[in-house]
Write a protein that binds this ligand. Structure first.
Ligand code: AR6
Length: 169
């Protein structure tokens, strides 16, 4: 069944989906934006799971473009898939790393047998990626990547982001 891409303006922590994607940093130990909101709403279970990952599989941190899952604590979702978006650089094309976040998140979602996944606009906040381009890369990559998802839901925090994704869709 093909994946339906949907767009909503909402707080990603409220979404009733199998998995939510977190725009994390490579430390996996929290931050601001989506990352801060997910850790606040999900409670300490997520940070504990992240610390275990740092002690085992990722002592040097999760590389940029990578994805890894943890439990979702108190969130309505069952899993959090943490990805590390690239910091935007005007003098260097880092779009392959941004695409990799979505490809890897979809691969991890398939491993978890997640069918509905909520994505934020990875790298479009603190990491400075121009919104229209971040939206185009996000929508195109999810559209072109084979997976078992029934729904890929882009959850945009404000009208400007929603409009950018509507234009890219
Ligand atoms: N739900 C949905 N979208 C949100 C939410 C929310 N609750 N909060 C913010 N956004 P950002 P990045 C939007 O900065 O650019 C963190 O400190 C926001 O408006 O969360 O990948 C991490 O620890 C923007 O459009 O992620 C990293 O250090 C988008 O989500 C760094 O920021 C992404 O903004 C990652 O930066």
């Amino acid at each position: 069944m093909p994946t339906t891409i949907t767009l909503v303006r909402a707080d990603i922590t409220t979404q009733q989906v199998d998995a939510v994607v977190n725009a994390a940093n490579s430390s996996l130990l929290g931050g601001g934006g989506v990352d801060g909101a997910i850790h606040r709403a999900g409670g300490p279970a997520i940070l504990e799971a992240c610390r275990r990952l740092r002690d085992t599989a990722y002592p040097g941190g999760l590389p940029t473009g990578g994805a890894v899952a943890t439990a979702a604590g108190l969130l309505p979702a069952r899993h959090v898939i943490h990805v590390v978006g690239p910091v935007y650089r005007r003098d260097e094309d880092r779009s392959a790393l941004l695409r990799s976040c979505y490809v890897e998140a979809l691969r991890v979602a398939d491993e978890l047998e997640a069918r509905t996944v909520a994505f934020p606009a990875v790298s479009a906040g603190a990491y400075g990626w121009p919104l229209a381009d971040a939206a185009r890369i996000a929508v195109t990559t999810v559209h072109e990547t084979a997976s078992s998802l029934t729904e890929a839901r882009f959850v945009l925090f404000d009208d400007r982001a929603l409009r950018a994704f509507e234009s890219a869709h």
